[in-house]
Design a binder for this molecule. Structure first.
Ligand SMILES: Cc1cc2nc3c(=O)[nH]c(=O)nc-3n(C[C@H](O)[C@H](O)[C@H](O)COP(=O)(O)OP(=O)(O)OC[C@H]3O[C@@H](n4cnc5c(N)ncnc54)[C@H](O)[C@@H]3O)c2cc1C
Length: 477
């Protein structure tokens, strides 16, 4: 029996189509809602091999590979998994991904590899994400995870921001032998992997392990340093860096212009999520306590962040947790899977509801949200039907805590402090989508700070593309 990639026998697709789907099991909702531990139970080796055998090995290029922003060779990994070569499969992912252990957990697979699987026609796709997690965890437990460092080039690259874009750029540049220093504004590296995505979706140990690999490979981390404040990008060049990659994300929470926004008990999503999910040692001093949620908690917004807030609130002990959203469920931007998990855990959803005022109770803390009922009008610029508040339809929803999960804006700091760096009017950095090159020579950018809020995998891919372009630039300069 052939046992390696590229040495596959004739695939009996009909037989494989008969292998039934086994979904990855979640912990029961009433159990998982009591802690912040991972939602899903890891696959066993036998489950992984059975699941991989369901791949029908579509002719090249496979739709799953095309649908993956990193173009992971998923069929090759599936083939090795079904042979039991889990470490070989992990190495397949590592060829094209700088953080497969993280992407396997958090990618919106339904919109990417899993969504493109032809077995979806019967609602039975190959469970690509859990298999990526299984093999990369297996590799860490039973093998070694090492970033191969290239011979030193003597060139120095500064990376601004340590989210997936910055970390992936660093991983690729070290492989080319360049010295890399990452400057990070927060107390610890990781960006939204640490200070955003909740633990029940992505355990922090997984992030720390990958950051540990980078440290091992010689990447230097300088935390608590906001470039644009204590030093600028021009200062970095003066200090002797030969190129700079900017991966600063979109760290400013969107707000709404309504009365009562500054009442105690009204939180921005980011502050709420980091205080709920991050250990004290990684938090700034003014945010290092768990939020007091009270009994009734309201989340305003309809994206993935809203689901993360609902689920975190339930884990902090809130009894009645309700999402208020201006449109209907059909227009919600957040992923269905996270919303279903939130519902299973007890979150309520109130659609066509527009908050217009946060009301203080006798103790001065928020106690209710005044809302208007909405109906749907014509589609707006986003293509979704516009919510139209109905005059006189006012009603209140009681709330001891309100969380605003309304989206994110870029911080204009880097654009404002870097002469000739072109930005869009909203503050996003203008960069070539294939190379990350900006209007400033030697300055590259990628991730959410260029695209606007997107995903871990797209930021990761941007970081890798920019690293390739920086390597080429450094070879000529
Ligand atoms: C609550 C939440 C949940 C999410 N869940 C998912 C999910 O399940 N799956 C998914 O794929 N995506 C998810 N995302 C989106 C994903 O996290 C982002 O798309 C991704 O992290 C963007 O990576 P990045 O490297 O561009 O930026 P970030 O991860 O935002 O990292 C940017 C880093 O730059 C630092 N920084 C900013 N300015 C400066 C400066 N001037 N100097 C130094 N450092 C600076 C910041 O402190 C931060 O550490 C989620 C986002 C949020 C907010």
């Amino acid at each position: 029996m052939p046992d390696k990639e590229g040495d596959k026998p004739e695939i009996d697709r009909k037989a494989r189509m008969k292998i039934p789907l086994e979904e990855q099991k979640a912990r029961p909702s009433e159990v998982r809602v009591k802690d912040f531990e991972p939602t899903f139970i890891p696959l066993t080796a036998e489950e992984a091999m059975r699941a991989a055998e369901r791949c029908i090995h579509c002719p090249d290029p496979a739709p799953c590979t095309l649908a993956c922003p990193g173009n992971n060779d998923i069929p090759a990994a599936m083939w090795l998994i079904e042979q039991g070569d889990f470490i070989g499969a992990a190495e397949i992912y590592r060829k094209t991904s700088s953080m497969p252990e993280i992407c396997g957990r958090v990618c919106p697979h339904e919109d990417m590899c899993l969504g493109s699987c032809p077995r979806n026609k019967r609602g039975e796709p190959v469970i690509t994400g859990p298999l990526e997690v299984f093999v990369t965890d297996y590799q860490r437990e039973h093998g070694t995870v090492e970033i191969p460092v290239g011979p030193s080039t003597g060139k120095r690259v500064a990376i601004v921001g340590s989210g997936p874009a910055g970390l992936s750029c660093a991983e690729q540049l070290r492989q080319k032998g360049h010295d890399v220093t990452i400057f990070e504004a927060a107390p610890s590296p990781g960006g939204l992997l640490l200070y955003g995505i909740p633990n029940f979706k992505l355990a922090k140990e997984v992030v720390f392990a990958r950051i540990g690999d980078l440290e091992q490979a010689g990447v230097e981390f300088v935390n608590l340093t906001r470039i644009g404040e204590s030093k600028t990008i021009d200062d970095l060049f003066e200090e002797g860096y030969d190129a700079v990659f900017v991966g600063v994300g979109t760290g400013i929470d969107a707000t709404m212009d309504v009365a009562g926004m500054d009442l105690p008990g009204v939180y921005q999503a980011t502050e709420f999520l980091i205080r709920a999910n991050v250990d004290q040692e990684h938090l700034p001093e003014d945010k290092d306590t768990k939020p007091e949620v009270g009994r009734r908690l309201v989340v305003v917004g309809g994206g993935d962040t809203a689901s993360d807030c609902l689920r975190s609130a339930l884990r902090l002990g809130a009894e009645e947790v309700t999402c208020l959203y201006r449109r209907t469920e059909a227009e919600m931007p957040g992923g269905k899977k996270d919303r279903e998990l939130a519902k299973e855990e007890g979150a309520n959803f109130r659609f066509l509801t527009q908050p217009i005022r946060f009301i203080a109770g006798p103790d001065g803390r928020v106690s209710a949200v005044e809302c208007l009922q909405c109906e749907l009008g014509e589609p707006d610029d986003s293509g979704r039907r516009r919510p139209m508040p109905i005059e006189g339809s006012n009603f209140t929803v009681e709330a001891d805590t309100v969380i605003l999960a309304l989206g994110y804006w870029p911080d204009p700091l880097i654009g404002d402090t870097t002469p000739d760096l072109e930005t869009h009017k909203w503050g996003l950095i203008v960069a070539d989508p294939e190379t990350g090159a900006t209007s400033r020579q030697g300055v590259y950018a990628g991730g959410d700070g260029v695209t606007g809020p997107a995903t871990v995998v797209t930021a990761m891919v941007d970081g890798r593309k920019a690293a390739a372009a920086i390597d080429e630039y450094l070879s000529k300069n």
